[in-house]
Ligand binder design. Structure first.
Ligand code: COA
Length: 426
């Protein structure tokens, strides 16, 4: 059977290119030979129409609000799975059996400590340094403390080392930024419980573990575990394509995630809601400001490059807000404000026409606030969750038979040939 082909007419000449069809029917024009055969390249700022790889990890349908990891809907994982099991699924391509899961848990426990000498680095960062900057630097530094010598070792040992240590290192950066004693990981606690304990335990007032909060943290991290070729994942793949070590590739992903248009949006949402409250602005004023291009203000936590309907993760996160606040018997005025803002935006023609809906970050900050996570740690929480996705994507890139070093082209718009003028003649 002839596979589908696409004809492109350039300067009166017709060229044919193959079509690639994905397992969910998504189609792509394979233009790998475009420049060679036609002399043209494509121009696609932000890569909105560019497929950079074939991937079997995550499927998203932005029009229908679908998100699946290895075929399993994120809603089912959020309800039934744990973050560790979901991490296994993403990295290995299938759910673990009991024995595999136990083995993963044992290995995560074995790798949970951080080299004591790393404490010196932490101690010497300025007190107000952002934890994302610290995390990115420290993950890169891991390579010096835990050198790896072959690719197979990198894919098993480094993977688990990273998943386990990122949690310890994140809690450590919080404790040290406050000048508090570092709490070590406990082998009797699950992955999520351990993180909460390392963040909040203290000898005078021991942290009381609450299974509902542990579940909420599992859900939070499951919802962030992968999101196909987003900005930070692309950073991981692009940096990894130079065959750099995994720690360095993940460090680049963390740096990319830091931005307010990406993972930094969860912090930006809370800052926005706090400002609205502080300045006594009305919901209508905020909506009008977001619509006015001259104001350079966007409704943070709204809009998405791929989702043109309600982000499925935001739906789960919104329910979790109510659950966590109810459980802690807390009332957060920012949640009421967020709900009012959402209602106003969803009935406003500007947001309707541009298909702007709440994304995962709109409600996630309120959940984190309720758990006691400080604002500057929000994006770190996102990074811990996204790590299994980054690893799975890096691994897929390393094993890709079509894989090449990432090296896009450009359309040069600068000066033509210009002769150098010596300093005295300028
Ligand atoms: N508030 C107000 N207007 C918004 C908006 C928002 N949050 N998000 C997008 N728009 C408008 C843009 O101004 C643009 O309008 P125009 O076509 O009249 O110029 C249009 O919607 C398309 O936006 P664009 O920036 O081209 O879309 P994108 O796909 O490049 O960007 C985001 C996607 C996520 C970066 C963008 O929606 C955004 O900045 N959201 C806020 C930050 C955020 O929540 N990020 C977390 C993502 S998970």
């Amino acid at each position: 059977m002839m596979s589908e082909r696409v004809k492109i007419i350039i300067e009166g000449k017709t060229f044919e290119f193959p079509v690639i069809v994905g397992s969910e029917g998504e189609k792509a024009i394979d233009i790998a030979q475009l420049r060679k055969t036609t002399g043209y390249i494509t121009h696609d700022p932000g890569f909105g129409n560019t497929g950079c790889c074939r991937s079997a990890i995550t499927f998203m349908d932005g029009e229908k609000g679908v998100l699946r990891y290895r075929g399993i809907p994120v809603e089912q994982l959020a309800e039934h799975s744990t973050f560790v099991e979901t991490a296994y699924l993403l990295i290995n391509g299938h759910l673990p059996n009991r024995e595999q899961l136990t083995q993963m848990r044992v290995l995560l426990n074995d790798s949970s400590m951080v080299h004591e000498d790393m404490k010196f680095f932490y101690q010497n960062f300025p007190r107000n340094a952002h934890p994302m900057g610290i995390l990115s630097a420290m993950v890169n530094a891991l390579k010096s403390f835990y050198p790896i010598y072959d690719i197979e070792e990198e894919q098993t040992y480094t993977t688990l080392n990273l998943i386990s240590k990122i949690r310890t290192m994140s809690a450590m950066s919080y404790r040290m930024s406050r000048g508090h004693l570092v709490i070590y990981p406990r082998p009797d606690y699950s992955y999520c419980a351990n993180f909460l304990n390392m963040m909040f335990d203290n000898p005078v007032n021991p942290y009381k573990m609450d299974e509902d909060l542990v579940k909420a943290l599992n859900v939070f991290w499951i919802l962030h575990a992968d999101h196909e070729q987003n900005c930070s994942t692309t950073a991981v793949r692009v940096v990894g394509s130079g065959k750099v070590n995994l720690y360095a590739a993940i460090s680049a992903g963390i740096a990319a995630l830091w931005g307010p248009l990406h993972g930094g949006a969860n912090q930006a949402v809370i800052e926005m809601l706090t400002n609205i409250q502080k300045n006594g602005q009305s919901i209508r004023q905020v909506i009008e400001m977001a619509k006015d291009k001259k104001k350079n203000f966007r409704l943070m936590g709204f809009g998405h490059r791929v989702y043109k309907t309600y982000d499925p993760r935001a739906k789960i996160m919104k329910k979790m807000c109510d659950m966590v606040l109810g459980k802690l018997k807390k009332k957060d005025p920012l949640l009421d404000l967020a709900k009012e803002l959402e209602e106003a935006a969803l009935t406003d023609t500007y947001f309707i026409d541009k298909h702007l809906y709440p994304n995962v970050d709109f409600y996630s900050g309120i959940v984190l606030r309720a758990m006691g996570i400080p604002l500057n740690m929000f994006t770190v929480m996102f990074a811990i969750g996204r790590l299994p996705g980054w690893i799975a994507q890096w691994q897929e890139g390393m094993e890709d038979p079509e894989g090449k070093i990432a090296r896009p082209r450009q359309i040069y718009t600068g000066a033509g040939l210009t002769n150098y003028i010596p300093l005295g003649e300028r």
